[in-house]
Design a protein around this ligand. Structure first.
Ligand SMILES: CC(C)(COP(=O)(O)OP(=O)(O)OC[C@H]1O[C@@H](n2cnc3c(N)ncnc32)[C@H](O)[C@@H]1OP(=O)(O)O)[C@@H](O)C(=O)NCCC(=O)NCCS
Length: 121
């Protein structure tokens, strides 16, 4: 289930964000979480499985476009379809926007699109 980030999950969110290659540095990580907490156009969601938060997707949203800035899944839950499911659930929160990927999430998002189109080999 995709749920909105809340401040009481900050440590968990930072742990998940740190799986992104560009978020390894603590200072950068703190800046990123600060942006999600304070910029009204930046939206952070966590994937809840049972009692655990095992995935994260972060979006920069404008009137027409939803840019996927971050996507991560905890290593022990990778390959179970959570990443693809988080991408597909973005539409539930932002039905009228086109979903696109930032450079940092493009490889995985392209994979999702190919699989949706049935052109993945
Ligand atoms: C990318 C990530 C979120 C995928 O999550 P996941 O829940 O394992 O993904 P799913 O189970 O929905 O999909 C798995 C598929 O995505 C592919 N995949 C995984 N990481 C990928 C990547 N970085 N680029 C392209 N494809 C990727 C897998 O090979 C697999 O392919 P298959 O369906 O043909 O077997 C996860 O691997 C992760 O957290 N990586 C570290 C963070 C990161 O680098 N994020 C940016 C990715 S561009």
């Amino acid at each position: 289930m995709l749920v909105r980030y809340k401040k009481n999950c900050e440590k968990i969110a930072m742990g998940l964000l740190s799986f992104m290659p560009q978020e390894k540095d603590l200072k950068k990580l703190q800046e990123t979480i600060h942006t999600y907490e304070n910029n009204p156009n930046w939206h952070l969601f966590l994937w809840k499985k049972g009692e655990d938060f095992v995935g994260l997707i972060g979006l920069e949203v404008s009137e027409k476009v939803c840019l996927i800035q971050h996507i991560t899944v905890t290593p022990s839950h990778r390959g179970d379809g959570i990443g693809k499911e988080m991408v597909s659930k973005v539409k539930v929160f932002f039905p009228c926007t086109e979903i696109i990927a930032a450079e940092s999430t493009k490889r995985f998002y392209d994979k999702c699109l190919k699989q949706q189109e049935g052109t993945d080999d």
